[in-house]
Design a protein around this ligand. Sequence first.
Ligand SMILES: [Zn+2]
Length: 296
Amino acid sequence: MEALLWTTAIVVAIALGMSYPGWRLRRALAQPFPPAWRDILERNIPIYQRMQPDLQAQLQRLVQQFLFQKKFVGCEGLEVDDEIRVTIAGQACLLLLNRFTRVYRKLHTILVYPSAFLVPRNHADDAGIVHPARQELLGESWVDGRVVLSWDHVQRGAGDWTDGQNVVLHEFAHQLDSESGSNNGAPFLGHPGSYRNWSEVLSRDFNNLRHEAMFHRQSVLDHYGAVSPAEFFAVATETFFEKPWQMAERHAELYEQFQQYYRVDPREWLAPPQPEPLFDEPEPPASYGTVYGQWR
Ligand SMILES: [Zn+2]
């Protein structure tokens, strides 16, 4: 009898232990969204105010879950406050709208530097000799569940929602990519039949971008996407959310693939761009001048 009581007590304790995290999350999500956080979304993410109320509510819930589950760490003396946390979470969660998915299940920590940060990178010269070097980065995404960001560039990326440059969207697209098990530009698409179309369209447009980059031709997608299929997916994600009209016009099939994957149409939140003057020399594509982190 005593043994049975002990067994029951252990089973109950295990069951409670397993359900406790879920209970804490449900309790956190039951709290009303703080008005101060809503003000930050309105102030720092220009498209938020143009979203339908149901989508705004979805984003708020995702932000609550993100902030409940992920840890933020300030680097080089940066003090992480709600402005930083909500601005980053709000943009990261745009990639999860309308989808049945967990909130970046592998991610646990976001490290935030005040500005671009230096990382050690070995450099091989023409003779194959490896030299220690340091490289300046704006963001980095690690498969072990960490994202590193420059707060300065997070603000710049959100401040101009028309240039196709957004370090948060970029690095969190890498996180989605890694959830499928390999970083190859093919995130988890759900239906097995979706991969064939995805592969066909993305391979073709990736090769076209490599060609455009090689000959320094202007393109809607930033030339950094020509580095690898993983970078192509991350760059195309930035373009999809920030330059949807241009992407839909110049890369119709690619836009369609991204629309199916992200389950939103960012054209609903942004006005079509003004046509460029006919006889002016086109401006070269804007660039930060430094690069995003590479995969490892
Ligand atoms: Zn990247």
